[in-house]
Design a protein. Structure first.
Length: 302
């Protein structure tokens, strides 16, 4: 099972620290941002300690990483030209940074049309990607399936297909399949897993899934809210998530956990990552209903 989680990249160790964090979880893949996801401030690539990070990753058999684009990129915005122009410019830079960090692809939220309508938003996304992708682009764009909150695009498989159809170099596109988002968008993974996957295959193609965000959901089916839950503690449940994680057709697809940190002190809101425990649980195929309490107890003992 190729599984890991989102990890940080900061302090003095930067990408080397990201590698250490992933290794500490027992992961064999990871996802990282090239900098803060809420802004455009970035360290120079040469300062990120990329070579040292990869040396450590390869020592532990990790050969693939995923980069996530910052949230501030909104290619779908036709209302504010400056927002769209920033998105195109920064997306191009982030793809270059991702390639320099050794990633084959970067996860991208397609964007929100902010009131202009689905058609206008999708056309603007296509326009933006066509401005960025060339025949020589080294890093692919992984379009993420979205929950559909607000004016978010990409919650319907057909919307992602429309982007594929309009992009010139669409061989450089792939999909990031987010389980929480797909659930919240109204696709019933729990009771109709095979049907959902067959539908995705007809509309886009299962071979286009390059990464899976493996998250439970705090919301009922079709809520369109996007609130992640820990593995097995949400409305999707462990059985379905394990089925996806262990599905032979996605054996080589990186599964990335973006589940919530576990609060260990209600007064200070101090929290710890659950990823080492969740990875172990998914590898074993056995759900532990006391997992969150165990994480809290282990943290207090440390």
């Amino acid at each position: 099972m190729r599984i890991g989680s989102h990890v940080g990249m900061g302090g003095k160790e930067l990408f080397l620290g990201s590698a250490r964090e992933a290794v500490s979880y027992g992961a064999n893949t990871l996802m990282v941002y090239t900098g803060a996801p809420q802004n455009t401030r970035r360290r120079e690539v040469k300062d990120l300690r990329i070579a040292q990070g990869w040396e450590l990753l390869r020592e532990h058999g990790i050969e693939e990483i995923v980069i996530h684009a910052p949230y501030i990129i909104n290619l779908a915005n036709t209302v504010k030209p400056e927002t769209y122009e920033l998105a195109v410019e920064f997306l191009a830079k982030e793809l270059d940074r991702s390639a320099a960090m050794g990633s084959q692809g970067m996860v991208l939220h397609p964007g929100s049309h902010v009131g202009a309508g689905t058609k206008a938003g999708l056309e603007q996304i296509v326009r933006g990607i066509n401005e960025v992708l060339t025949a020589d682009t080294k890093c692919r764009i992984y379009l993420e399936t979205m929950a559909g909150k607000g004016t978010e695009l990409g919650s319907a498989f057909e919307e992602l297909a429309a982007i594929y159809d309009g992009v010139v170099y669409n061989e450089k596109l792939r999909v990031c399949f987010d389980t929480c988002h797909v659930n919240d968008a109204g696709y019933d993974l729990v009771h109709r897993y095979e049907e959902v996957m067959e539908q995705f295959d007809r509309v886009i193609g299962k071979d286009q899934i390059a990464v899976i965000h493996l998250n439970d959901s705090k919301n009922p089916l079709g809520a369109r809210k996007d609130r992640h839950a820990n593995i097995g503690f949400g409305t999707i449940g462990f059985e379905t998530l394990y089925r996806i994680a262990s599905d032979p057709q996605f054996e080589h697809v990186p599964k990335i956990l973006e589940t919530p940190y576990v609060v260990i002190d209600p007064k200070t809101k101090a929290s710890v990552p659950p990823y080492r425990y969740e990875i172990q649980m998914l590898r074993s195929g056995t759900f532990d209903p006391d997992l969150l309490q165990k994480i809290q107890q282990d943290s207090q003992q440390v």
